[in-house]
Write a protein that binds this ligand. Sequence first.
Ligand code: FAD
Length: 199
Amino acid sequence: MSDLVQIVYISRSTFKPLPPELGIEPSVTRILAQSRLNNARRGLVGALYFGDGCFFQCLEGAANQVDALYSRLLDDPRHTDLQVLSRKPIEQRSFATWSMKYVPLDADIKALLASRGLDRFDPYRFGRAEVERVMELLKTGTAADEGPAPVAPADYPALPAAREAAPASTHDPVARRTAALALALAAIALAASGLALLR
Ligand code: FAD
């Protein structure tokens, strides 16, 4: 019997969000970077949406890790009014390859809000159907910083840090650019030493 759980909660940001046309909110970018590092170490995965000053987050992993993170979340001054929408045992992780997937769902969320006669993303007013729809969008939506999510393995246990760092970094464009630059520099150094030998 697995001790995996999934928790879905909502909260309100305490920072004033920038206009959405300016791109991903810098505070959210920092939260994502911190989450991806920490979650990969702890065998946690999940997805986050931020809209109209509200967070909607799904977290999955071993029950003790999920609950410990939720306790830390309660103390985080960047958000308030945390409300758990669901907490349930799961057989396998839905976001298995994402230490924290970030999906800008603006068009889909607008359609959902319009269909319910809501004028802003206010998950505190959502019923079960709206919560399920947002979850579905988080699972199927394309992440902000990568193409479609790779096929997820059936399941995996919490892994040691070195092995967990790999999946997170494959979704990190900065890490990919740094690796490409290092390769280019190595090629130049090789060519230069070749020339020196010929002289
Ligand atoms: P540190 O990064 O050293 O932080 C120590 C303390 O400083 C914490 O109490 C933290 O609350 C506070 N803090 C850190 N950075 C800031 C900042 N920029 N502004 C104000 N206070 C700050 N963490 C995860 O590990 N995984 C997640 O999936 C995750 N999701 C989050 C979702 C939301 C909506 C928010 C607001 C935060 C999320 N966090 C997540 C962050 C989490 O609340 C803790 O801050 C984090 O886990 C602590 O990381 P750390 O142990 O490395 O401590």
